[in-house]
Write a protein that binds this ligand. Structure first.
Ligand SMILES: [Zn+2]
Length: 278
């Protein structure tokens, strides 16, 4: 193994090693760019090591050959370059490299200008709703996700990709945090993996919204729904219906918007359905 001397050299230099994972999960999910995912090999061992990135706990799974892998969500705001993953115990910290990715721009015209420049009372509501949703994204439950290769929540063509830099009526707002599917209103939205409903809301921007926790901070969010078919705390099987496609909140028409989050970082859902474009 020509890699070992390098590994030991790195350990001697800084106590931080860079180890690339190479199995099925890495081939599927390792897209280390801003808004992407890094799959980091944590070595073998009887117990799952605990890992943290930017102070937040990270999903750890094991590959068939019993190697532990950290599945790290990389926020869109991260700059290309080395990133540090804290790992508890003898395994020690790891570094992984984040590459560059260019995200396109999208210009949207909204008739409801209040959705572009909200009123002061709207801002209070938005702040409260943001805090509620952030709490949900930061929750970290035990258990291993039923599947890392996710099912498409609806059958239909992809429309707006993740990460688009968005301008509403000419004014730049937050980048697109999820992936859109062009499907008619009323289409059932199915949970892409088993999970538990951890938040339901009717929000200023997102409209009717459901958060599904797939385990260890791996969370799906569906919004703009016309109807919600689940209750808070409900367990869902893989493929369980969450709600129906709609156009509630800030939407120009019916579509399915899906966020995927890992360690409180919104990442490109296309990665998990084999539709990632570098
Ligand atoms: Zn969207």
């Amino acid at each position: 193994m020509p890699r070992l001397p390098l590994l030991f050299a790195l350990l001697l230099l800084g106590g931080v090693s860079t180890v690339h994972a190479e199995g099925y999960i890495a081939r599927l999910l390792d897209k280390p760019v801003p808004g992407g995912v890094a799959v980091v090999d944590l070595g073998a061992g009887a117990q799952a090591p605990r890992a943290k990135y930017q102070g937040k706990p990270v999903l750890v799974v094991h590959e068939e050959d019993k190697r532990w892998l950290a599945i790290v969500g990389i926020p869109l705001s991260v700059k290309p370059g080395p990133q540090r993953l804290e790992v508890e115990g003898a395994a020690g910290a790891r570094t992984f490299q984040v590459g560059a990715k260019h995200y396109k721009e999208q210009r949207i015209t909204l008739k409801n200008t209040r959705q572009v420049n909200p009123l002061p009372e709207d801002l209070k509501r938005i702040e409260r709703e943001l805090a509620e949703q952030t709490r949900a994204y930061r929750s970290f439950s035990a258990g291993t996700p039923s599947n890392l290769a996710l099912d498409k929540p609806v059958n239909g063509p992809l429309s707006s990709p993740f990460g688009l830099r968005r301008f509403f009526n000419g004014e730049e707002r937050n980048p697109h945090s999820g992936l859109d599917f062009a499907v008619p209103a009323g289409t059932p939205i199915k949970s892409p993996a088993a999970g538990k409903v951890i938040l339901i809301g009717n929000y200023f921007f997102n409209g009717n919204t459901v958060f599904v926790d797939h385990g260890q901070g791996f969370i799906s969010m569906f919004c703009h729904m016309s109807k919600i078919d689940v209750t808070l705390g409900q367990s869902l099987p893989r493929g369980g219906v969450v709600g129906r496609v709609g156009a509630t909140g800030r939407a120009t028409g019916p579509h399915m918007h899906w966020n995927v989050s890992l360690n409180d970082a919104r990442v490109d859902p296309a990665i998990f359905i084999g539709a990632f474009k570098p």
